[in-house]
Design a protein around this ligand. Structure first.
Ligand code: NAD
Ligand code: NA
Length: 396
């Protein structure tokens, strides 16, 4: 079939397999161009099919020749209906890994469930024995709690007061004023339950209980802080409470891994265009201005540049892992540079529908958004027939 982007609101309902393959190949090329990383050799990535998790899987495999197991929740294709992007990304990743002689197997299902944890543990037991790195990169709006069966939904809301500020509809370029109502009390609890650290700790406990973590194993989860401009809706909002919880959980996990000398880290990453961040009001305007400034300064990065730098310059240098005063790894350092933030803040005050295409990187935003779904890659012929029924080799 001929596959075109089909938009509904802020999501795209279709994905292009050839574009997804191009995305994966580009990331592999980048990692290879930066040289070998003396990193982990047996790696479990939870949330491995898109965004930071996919880049983590690629960096482990093609930067350190690691065997990888990836867990994710993606929609397989059906006749006449495309898969979700992470399905095609993983199909392409496994193909490239196989060609390079690297072990790669994948599990598609709900990572919050006991059943998917058990499947993953069994696969590690059978094929790898133990893992020495666990990357936790889930982003989900919902979690069915495995012990209670209760469905929790996360929300992106300010806490306390209504928050009003500028935002942009990146499809039309229209800048407008938006107001977001504050959370209700159970919104905070629910968001912490979905995006906080409980499930990360459950994974690590389950792995450890079955002796599947190698001595000195590392685990890393991803967080975000951001500037004062977005604070009310992000870091001081409901999602920020979940990130506080995630960051606190790192210390508890490290404590629980003392006897194997293991360590848990949170890495604070930079703001990037993803399906999730496009849906948060205010954030797309911030990102389009941030991209403009960071590109002009020559310090713009995507997920692969971020994770490659995280591995090569933070996690696997052979020296102690550098952290901030709260024990967090920072690869948002360039985003948060004072000169960069001052420039973004000045542009923020000026931004209007009329000037945003000029003073912001609306084009870069849109391109990154389309790229998430495998569209808008130079080397792909979108007029050609594409086979939507692509298999992930390790999934029957
Ligand atoms: P993403 O949406 O690209 O990736 C999410 C992954 O989780 C996918 O592989 C998806 O299949 C998987 N997933 C979702 N629900 C699942 C479930 N129930 N079971 C199994 N797999 C499931 O998201 P991302 O932007 O890469 O985010 C990953 C982490 O990085 C999050 O913690 C996020 O907060 C953090 N982060 C994001 C940004 C940003 O700007 N996007 C910045 C800093 C940190
Ligand atoms: Na991810």
């Amino acid at each position: 079939m001929i596959i075109e982007p089909r938009m509904r609101g802020f999501i795209c309902l279709t994905a292009h397999p050839a574009g997804a393959e191009q995305n994966v190949k580009n990331q592999i090329e980048y990692v290879k161009s930066k040289g070998h990383i003396e990193g982990a050799k047996k790696v479990l990535v939870i949330g491995a099919s898109t965004g930071f998790g996919l880049s983590s899987r690629i960096t482990s495999a093609f930067g350190s020749d690691a065997a990888t197991i990836g867990v994710f929740f993606e929609k397989p294709p059906m006749e006449g209906k495309t898969a979700s992007p992470g399905w095609y990304n993983t199909a392409a990743f496994e193909k490239e890994a196989q060609a390079a002689g690297l072990y790669a197997k994948s599990i598609n299902g709900d990572a919050f469930s006991d059943e998917i944890k058990k499947q993953t543990l069994d696969l590690i037991k059978e094929d790898l024995g133990q893992v020495d790195l666990v990357v936790y990169s889930l982003a989900s709006p919902v979690r069915v709690h495995p012990k209670t069966g209760v469905t929790h939904r996360s929300v992106l809301k300010p806490i306390g007061d209504t928050f009003s500020n500028k935002t942009v509809d990146f499809h039309t370029g229209k800048v407008s004023e938006v107001s977001i109502e504050p959370s209700k009390e159970d919104d905070i609890e629910n968001t912490i339950t979905v995006m906080g650290g409980e499930d990360w700790a459950m994974w690590i406990d389950a792995l450890k209980a079955e002796n599947l973590l190698a001595p000195g194993a590392t685990t890393v989860a991803y967080s975000y802080i951001g500037p004062s401009l977005t604070e009310a809706v992000y870091r001081k909002g409901t999602i920020g409470r979940a990130k506080d919880h995630l960051e606190a959980t790192a210390f508890e996990i490290t404590d629980s891994l003392k006897d194997i000398n293991g360590k848990a880290y949170v890495s604070v990453n930079k703001a990037l265009v993803t399906q999730a961040s496009s849906a948060i009001p205010v954030i797309p305007l911030y990102i389009s201005l941030l991209y403009k400034v960071m590109k002009a300064e020559g310090v713009h990065e995507g997920t692969i540049e971020q994770i490659q730098r995280l591995y090569q310059q933070r996690l696997f240098t052979g020296n102690e892992v550098p952290t901030d005063e709260k024990g967090r790894i920072r690869v948002d350092d360039w985003e948060m540079r004072e000169d960069i933030q001052n420039k973004v803040a000045a542009l923020w005050d000026q931004a209007t529908t009329e000037n945003l295409a000029e003073i912001g990187d609306l084009e870069g935003y849109r391109k990154d958004f389309y790229n998430l779904f495998g569209f808008d890659y130079e080397n792909v012929d979108y007029k050609a027939e594409a086979n939507e029924l692509v298999n992930i080799p390790s999934i029957k």
